[in-house]
Design a protein around this ligand. Structure first.
Ligand code: MN
Length: 255
């Protein structure tokens, strides 16, 4: 199996290295990832500047290719130009920080996986919820590998399908998550907060200090299940059509 591994934290991030080490168990892994940190850049692509590429050793066995662009650029370029053939599976992550709730819409990690799904490939986004203390990416990677194996068994992730996986934080050694829950995406908004400050010359600027509160969220959502200590599995779709509204509007513009 040929696996494309990418992320949004950049090719030198600890999460992609941990993912690489475990994914070798499943096949030949090619790393194509952003040259710089691209968190919360969503599904942007680069169209007006060149996509510079660089060979970057990821570990002793693998030289990856970094792309001076967005996560979605990496997937497009990898599939179109850089890989020896079309990948059988695309993995994005392991992201530093959870991608649950509406964060899914901002996430470059998820955007890379969605891009792969656009291209008709099976794709899985992986993220680790950060809590107090040093995150154990190797532990998270072992949890992810187990989930990936169960997802892909018997073609569980179809071509063109994307699955979003989040691992609870604070686990290490032989500690295990409470379990794995298949859950819907939470659509509650953030508590948006901006701190206003002044530059030395008196010009106002704003710092985003928004908090993503996990408290009180429904247990059947990705946010709630992750808060409760479960690995979350959420299949996503990229067709943004509202089919309810489509039916209501249908015929309204007929002559
Ligand atoms: Mn990130």
């Amino acid at each position: 199996m040929l696996i494309l591994l990418t992320n949004d934290d950049g090719i030198r991030a600890p999460g992609i290295l941990a993912a690489l080490k475990v994914l070798r168990e499943l096949g030949e892994v090619h790393v194509v990832a952003p040259e710089t940190v691209q968190s919360a850049t969503g599904h942007g692509i680069t169209i007006a500047t060149p996509l510079m590429t660089y060979e970057v050793p990821v570990d002793e066995q693998t030289v990856g290719i970094s792309v001076d662009g967005r996560p979605a650029d990496c997937v497009k370029l990898a599939v179109n130009q850089l890989l020896p053939r079309k990948p059988d599976l695309v993995i994005s992550g392991i992201n530093s920080g959870a991608n649950v709730g509406i964060n899914v819409l901002y996430s470059g990690t998820v955007a890379a996986a969605i891009e792969a799904a656009f291209l008709g490939l099976p794709a899985i986004a992986l993220s680790l919820h950060l809590v107090k203390g040093v995150p154990d990416y190797d532990h998270a990677a072992r949890v992810c590998l187990d989930v990936i194996k169960r997802l892909i068994a018997d073609g569980g992730v179809a071509p063109g399908q994307v699955v979003n996986v989040n691992v609870p934080g604070g686990l290490s050694g032989d500690q295990k998550p409470r379990g794995v829950k298949v859950v819907r995406q939470c659509v509650r908004p953030w508590d948006d907060l901006y701190e206003k400050r002044l530059t030395p010359t008196g010009r106002p600027y704003f710092w985003n200090t928004a908090k993503f509160a996990l408290k009180g969220t429904e247990t059947d959502t990705d946010v709630g299940a992750l808060r409760d200590g479960y690995v979350t599995v959420t299949p996503l779709k990229f067709d943004l059509t509202s089919f309810d509204a489509l039916q209501k509007l249908d015929g309204r513009f007929d002559a």
